[in-house]
Design a binder for this molecule. Structure first.
Ligand SMILES: Cc1cc2nc3c(=O)[nH]c(=O)nc-3n(C[C@H](O)[C@H](O)[C@H](O)COP(=O)(O)O)c2cc1C
Length: 166
């Protein structure tokens, strides 16, 4: 199974979740790539997973990433999953897709980057294989909330079974 996880992360929390999802997916052909440097064309895939932090109830923008600097972030990615999705063309077949995000556990706010990302990917012609998933972090900078890394790994394993079962 060839799976690619496209991830955006400012403080590393979403990337850590992505690493666990990759481990749960298993296989030599699972790759984790940064949304800022991922090519727009990933070729044919058995599964695309896209994950990013929820910013202002949605996917990050240049403005929200800039305001992360005011929260102490040292390096800001020039592009996030929003821009990576915007660069996508419709796939030639309905490639299975799953999305995830990270959000603060408290206060629990509405809005999810994963839901927004899924909506756009489905509009392009990708086929959803799971509901958009959210993983909790403490505050803006993390760490990842208790139990979430293990849950991410299980989610990856569940995705690999869903895709293998067709
Ligand atoms: C500008 C900005 C806006 C944010 N807006 C939200 C939000 O609407 N809801 C939420 O739960 N978390 C929000 N957060 C917290 C992020 O979700 C959190 O920083 C992220 O999950 C950390 O992941 P990362 O280390 O991969 O960047 C926001 C963070 C920033 C910097």
């Amino acid at each position: 199974m060839r799976a690619v996880i496209v991830v955006e992360s400012i403080w590393g929390n979403t990337e850590l979740i992505g690493t666990e999802i990759a481990a749960g997916l298993g296989g030599d052909l699972t790759e984790l790539v940064d949304a800022a440097s991922a090519p727009a064309d990933l070729g044919d895939l058995d599964l695309l997973v896209v994950g990013g932090p929820t910013h202002a109830f949605s996917m990050s923008t240049a403005t929200t990433r800039e305001s992360a600097k005011q929260q102490g972030a040292e390096t800001i990615p020039p592009r996030g999953i929003r821009e990576w999705i915007e660069a996508q063309r419709s796939p030639s077949r309905a490639i299975p897709v799953a999305t995830f995000d990270t959000r603060v556990v408290s206060p629990r706010l509405p809005g999810s980057a994963a839901k927004k990302a899924m909506k756009r990917l489905v509009a392009l012609g990708y086929r959803p294989v799971a509901r958009p998933e959210t993983f909790g972090v403490h505050g803006y900078t993390g760490p990842v909330a208790d139990g979430e890394l293990a849950r991410a790994r299980r989610w990856g394993t569940d995705l690999s079974k869903i895709v293998a079962d067709g």
